[in-house]
Design a protein around this ligand. Structure first.
Ligand code: AP5
Ligand code: MG
Length: 210
């Protein structure tokens, strides 16, 4: 299964992706995590993207194309994968569609986690507090000013993916406002619906019309 998790910064993409990795046995591809790893390693890619990420802007589509196409060609992605925040512009969506089509593959479903802005702000504040309490490094883009910018960038550059995937009939809207478990249950229900739509189950004899 090839899945995309879509949603505003802080909507819970990473949280739900981690759970899906276990339940569906497919890897999570978070471009945010890959880029932060590049920064931590001091690579030339990391040097190129650090300032962009720190101010809450999007890294160029060309950089994303390079890292995503290389990653999805790895053997552990053969069974499927979860694109967690890895598709953020229509250009990136078209690029992924092309790369998958070349390999005779396609996205199965796009889960949109819908969370309102006050809840997103509370989640950011919690994440910062938890990191500080545990003496972990706070993400440089997890501050109110940059978070506001990330939300603006989401609305301007990523939200156009909603009609893009709606027109492909792949978009599943999920209420992301519940607890982690409630959202997980809603994600599973949306995915199982997506699977049934793709391969409708044969009715059992007793259900079939005579
Ligand atoms: P990225 O790392 O992808 O960050 P993001 O999408 O901006 O947002 P987060 O990772 O903060 O949120 P999330 O939705 O994963 O939520 P989480 O599960 O962590 O990207 C960072 C930057 O990298 C971008 O700004 C850009 O510069 C660059 N970048 C990355 N990909 C790119 C691309 N494709 N193109 C261009 N640039 C790219 O949850 C948030 C918090 O809420 C956590 O503390 C969690 O514990 C909590 N939480 C989760 N679910 C719930 C719940 N149901 N109830 C209460 N709390 C919850
Ligand atoms: Mg994330």
């Amino acid at each position: 299964m090839i899945l995309i998790l879509l949603g505003a910064p802080g909507a819970g993409k990473g949280t739900q992706a981690e759970r899906l990795v276990k339940s569906r046995s497919i890897p999570q591809l978070s471009t945010g995590d890959m880029l932060r790893a590049a920064i931590a390693s001091g690579s030339s890619l990391g040097k190129k993207v650090k300032a962009i990420m720190d101010r809450g802007d999007l890294v160029s589509d060309a950089v994303i194309e390079e890292i995503v196409t290389a990653r999805i060609a790895e053997p552990d992605c053969e069974k499927g994968f979860i694109l967690d925040g890895a598709v953020r512009t229509v250009i990136q969506a078209e690029m992924i569609d092309r790369a998958l089509a070349k390999a005779k593959r396609a996205i199965d479903a796009v889960i949109l986690l819908e969370v309102d802005e006050p809840a997103l702000q509370r989640r950011l504040a919690n994440r910062v507090n938890e990191a500080q309490a545990a003496k972990r490094t706070v993400r440089p883009d997890d501050n109110p000013e940059t978070f506001k910018k990330r939300q603006e960038v989401y609305r301007a550059q990523t939200a156009p993916l909603i009609p893009y995937y709606e027109s492909q009939e792949k978009l599943k809207r999920v209420n992301g406002m519940g607890t982690v478990l409630e959202v997980a249950t809603a994600v599973d229900a949306a995915l199982d619906g997506a699977r049934e739509k793709k391969a409708p189950k044969k009715p059992r004899q007793s259900e079939a019309k005579s």
